[in-house]
Design a protein around this ligand. Sequence first.
Ligand SMILES: CSC[C@H]1O[C@H](OP(=O)(O)O)[C@H](O)[C@@H]1O
Ligand SMILES: Nc1ncnc2[nH]cnc12
Length: 293
Amino acid sequence: MTGQPLLGVIGGSGVYDIDGLDDVRWQTIDTPFGAPSDQLMFARLGDQPLVFLPRHGRGHTHTPSTVNYRANIFALKLAGVTDIVSLSAVGSLREHLPPGTFVLVDQYIDRTFAREKTFFDTGLVGHVSMAEPVCHRLGDALEEAAKELGLPHQRGGTYIVMEGPQFSTKAESELYRSWGCAVVGMTNMPEAKLAREAEIAYAAIAMVTDFDCWHPTHDAVTAEAVMQVVALNSANARALVKAVAPKIARMTGTSPCYTALDGAIMTAKLKRDPKLITKLGPVLARWQLTQGV
Ligand SMILES: CSC[C@H]1O[C@H](OP(=O)(O)O)[C@H](O)[C@@H]1O
Ligand SMILES: Nc1ncnc2[nH]cnc12
């Protein structure tokens, strides 16, 4: 990727749009993996273009398991997005991360089991690295913006992704704590994996809304309580997006995320399924150039 980065923002629970943008246009995008969660919003922030997608759709119609993550990431790729900032509500697994804290996640444990997790299939097999699931450059930009805004935040922390949609039992919550996780949520996987396969840099802002159900002096989480805190936090989330957008536009150099498919494809040239290659179009476009295919 040698041109200017194009920021894509995925909004989580309670963040179904971003106000105060110019030239706002919602557009339907179809993909070979079906429809994304909603139309994509194309807009401008100052002189920076930006693309926004509400993960659960406007009106919150998709569960964490029925979000079409492949269609969402494919649609953002089709729109030319190079860098994703993902917003999420999460439960805190740590005393020092109270509601209102923004965790700039750096690792994941993926415990989801009922979702399509890859663009690859029989006829084209690829294995990308997920050792560093979050783009460091985006993390730097987010940290700088959070500091400038004076937002309570922590750089780094493991987000455990559960299938849901039910919240955890106390035993599960304690298990995740014993594994060293910082926060628990239901949506960042397979989103981050698919972004990596699509060679889009990815970073997540996990907005703490509750103490899940492990805390001795806090009530167990409810959806209602989450949405109350999200309502208080969403102004900060939108401010953070607006503060980080110009920093992302000014990023120079490159990110290893943009070339994640190099060395990842296993299938012999002659055994590759041309229909699948065509279907994956924009996901494979850069890699194909390196292949002389
Ligand atoms: C309403 S609480 C549960 C719901 O909120 C989070 O979603 P998102 O990451 O899109 O903000 C959580 O992962 C669950 O899907
Ligand atoms: N405690 C929790 N568990 C899972 N997802 C959440 N989203 C917000 N709070 C959560």
